[in-house]
Ligand binder design. Structure first.
Ligand code: MN
Length: 272
């Protein structure tokens, strides 16, 4: 069994044109958890917190996985893709060699809630052609267990394969569990893994309340039980890439020179 190694709280910040969010990975305290570069939770019933959205901006060198729990978002990019994210859907975007896109709310009131995860690409795949996939809520398999259910967004759970198609190994589950029930989740050995509780509270070797990230040890399955009603958490694990990481805003490459090149390409219109 893998235990919780440490807990960390997200940091309130804003991004895009002024969207309020909680940054969970990608903070000064937790810069990354290889292969994950960033995890943001956005969640508000106040349109002022999300209405400005994320107007046109570039990316290069990684993938973004947006899981919309509640709300509606529209995506448009320079590769000609257009998509809508609605309650329970996932957008899987591989920026690869470069994309310019906008992510804008399609609602002016009501609850907007979800996660955006940045998944690094290994050196040999950083400059692949960009690609984009909308995964509708109905296309995400639901596995029932005694005391709850699991949405399999990516990877395998009980031989059920999620629809996400990462370039490296990634397990991404959304677990809904009733109070006093427990669950055991197998994870590939050596993969880095975390749990983020977004409703209720779980208990493993430590208690993890709502709004807390738990970084797990690297070997064995993870087992926990819910200690609050209507507990919900995401558990995400990935094969570490173990390469040098150079970050520059929306670009994540291996060297500083490649970051400067990305800014040059963007400014000269060669990106996207
Ligand atoms: Mn973006």
């Amino acid at each position: 069994m893998r235990k919780i190694e440490y807990l960390m709280e997200g940091k309130r910040t804003s991004d895009g044109a002024g969207v309020s969010l909680t940054r969970i990975i990608g903070t000064p305290e937790l810069n990354m958890l290889d292969p994950f570069l960033l995890l943001d939770e956005f969640g508000s019933e106040n349109p002022d917190d999300y209405i400005a959205g994320f107007p046109s901006h570039p990316h290069r060198g990684f993938e973004t996985i947006t899981y919309m729990i509640n709300g509606k978002f529209k995506h448009e990019d320079t590769a000609g893709n257009e998509g809508y994210l609605t309650d329970g859907s996932v957008q899987w975007m591989t920026a690869g060699k470069g994309i310019i896109h906008s992510e804008m709310p399609e609602q002016t009131e009501g609850l907007m809630r979800g996660f955006q995860l940045w998944l690094n690409l290994p050196k040999e795949k950083k400059m692949v052609d960009p690609s984009y996939k909308d995964i509708q809520a109905d296309d995400i398999p639901l596995v029932n267990f005694n005391g709850g259910q699991i949405k399999v967004i990516s990877g395998l759970y009980k031989s059920i394969l999620g629809p996400g198609r990462p370039h490296t190994g990634v397990l991404y589950l959304d677990v809904h569990i009733n109070k006093s029930s427990n669950i055991e989740i197998p994870i590939e050995d050596d993969w880095n893994a975390f749990v983020y509780v977004y409703e209720g509270e779980i208990k493993a070797n430590l208690c993890v309340p709502k709004g807390m990230l738990a970084v797990l040890e690297t070997d064995g399955a993870f087992k926990c039980n819910a200690v609050a009603n209507n507990t919900k958490f995401i558990i995400v694990a990935g094969e570490p890439i173990r390469e040098k990481v150079a970050r520059g805003g929306p670009f994540v490459m291996n060297t500083k020179e490649e970051i400067l090149e990305a800014f040059d390409d963007y400014q000269s219109g060669k990106l996207g």
